[in-house]
Design a protein around this ligand. Structure first.
Ligand code: FAD
Length: 399
């Protein structure tokens, strides 16, 4: 068959690669000037880095197998991640039961409830029972009001902005359940590909070209019927029409300053312009980046938020001013390189009864939809993006 793929993100690329392997003719159309989508990269301190922070888990078998197949296994390294929460002007370590016990903002009863709720969600496999209840309602009821206000509400607001009250408990269940089950003896390990995950997209892209596939960059498909009429099938990773999405913005910078001992910082303060600080070089050695520390300040925002329109300078100013509240020693003069990245389609809004919404997406005989909003009940990520790309083969057979 002659197959068109809309989108050169990891899903579209894997789909194209697998289809070529079984003898189909493939052309990939990517609207941007580079491949990668949300997994796209850039250069910082002369080295390739993701525009958006990325790591994987030991249980991410699809991406791990692909890394092996591409001959990149030796570069996949596993690290101990460390997490902290910034709440009420203080940074608290938040890595497990001991840290939870020491977490002052919550009383003993609330800590116990929080711990029990986490264990319950990690063990519970029947996600359908969380389908028609919002994460807010469920957590307030079972986790307690105080834990909801300090832990869950900031997390939901951080990820879903002003849509946080719509979010289904299935989404939160999936996060806690998957994460809890990715741990092993000696604690959870986070995986990173030395030299950047961009090597995956680059290698898959090269193999596609070697097998005779075509990749057309700067090629936006706005009308499948007229632009792709010559194709037998279309695999589309573009956003779905009846699903709402949020955008994401990351501020990335390198600096001589070592601000924190933690890798991941959840910023539980509604006044912060970012919801997470990732000190990337607390996972991967700074020696990979010329001895400089690399940071991400990340946030999810409505697609019409001012950050998608205003000048970079204002975003840097707002972000760096707030960062100084957390780390008073932060000195922007020590920054060596800085960049801002904006993604309009970064996260779909997983409302209650999301299954219904997904099944109501208009079906078309010619188009197979592989947008990440189809991934359910799990949360999207590069592992499942590979799975969705590979599943295209079975879906084609079923059509
Ligand atoms: C802030 C953030 C942090 C993340 N962290 C992690 C992490 O730590 N670990 C992890 O596993 N995952 C993480 N993810 C998720 C991961 O990046 C995504 O799940 C994955 O990259 C999605 O790949 P995709 O190909 O499905 O979609 P996308 O990357 O969105 O690719 C879709 C592509 O289609 C193109 N396109 C869309 N419409 C058209 C059109 N009409 N014509 C032509 N081209 C079009 C787009 O330009 C894009 O390149 C994170 C995501 C975000 C936003």
């Amino acid at each position: 068959m002659k197959i068109a793929i809309i989108g050169g993100g990891i899903t579209g690329l894997v789909a194209g690669y697998r289809l070529l392997q079984i003898g189909h003719e493939v052309i990939i159309f990517e609207k941007e000037k580079e491949l990668g989508g949300l997994l796209g990269s850039f250069k910082i301190e002369g080295k390739s880095l993701e525009r958006v922070y990325h790591h994987i888990f030991r249980t991410d078998k699809y991406i791990i197998n692909l890394i092996e197949e591409l001959g990149l296994s030796k570069k996949l390294k596993w690290f101990n991640g460390s997490t902290a929460i910034y709440y009420d002007k203080k940074l608290y370590p938040f890595n497990g039961a001991v840290d939870l016990l020491k977490f002052k903002p919550l009383g003993m009863v609330n800590k116990l409830r929080l711990g029990l709720v986490k264990i319950y969600l990690e063990k519970e496999k029947k996600w359908q029972k969380f389908e028609n209840v919002s994460a807010c309602q469920w957590m307030k009821k079972w986790g307690g009001k105080r834990a909801y206000e300090i832990i869950w509400e900031p997390l939901l607001k951080g990820k879903f902005s002003d849509r946080y009250e719509d979010i289904s408990m299935v989404w939160l269940w999936a996060r806690i359940h998957t994460r809890g089950n990715s741990s092993e003896k000696g604690g959870e390990k986070l995986g990173y590909l030395t030299g950047g995950f961009g090597q995956i997209t680059k290698e898959v892209g090269n193999r596609i070209k070697k097998m005779g596939g075509e990749i057309k960059l700067r090629s936006q498909i706005s009308d499948v019927r007229s632009q792709l009429e010559d194709f037998d099938k279309v695999i589309s990773s573009e956003q779905l029409k009846n699903i709402d999405y949020l955008g994401a913005v990351t501020v990335v910078f390198s600096s001589t300053q070592n601000l924190s001992k933690y890798y991941w910082h959840n910023i539980n303060d509604v006044n912060s312009p970012f919801v997470a600080i990732i000190q990337h070089t607390n996972l991967v050695s700074k020696e990979n980046y010329g001895g400089k520390h690399v940071y991400y300040l990340g946030t999810y925002l409505p697609q019409d938020h001012k950050y998608f329109k205003i000048d970079d300078k204002i975003i840097f100013k707002e972000n760096f001013t707030y960062l100084k509240n957390i780390f008073p020693e932060f000195d922007k003069k020590q920054i060596s390189e800085k960049k801002i990245f904006r993604f309009k389609t970064a996260q779909h809004i997983v409302k209650t009864n999301y299954q219904c919404q997904i099944s109501n997406v208009k079906k078309d005989d010619k188009i197979i939809n592989v947008n990440f909003a189809n991934i359910y009940p799990e949360d999207r990520g590069i592992n499942l993006a590979v799975r969705e790309g590979e599943k295209v083969i079975d879906r084609l057979r079923l059509y």
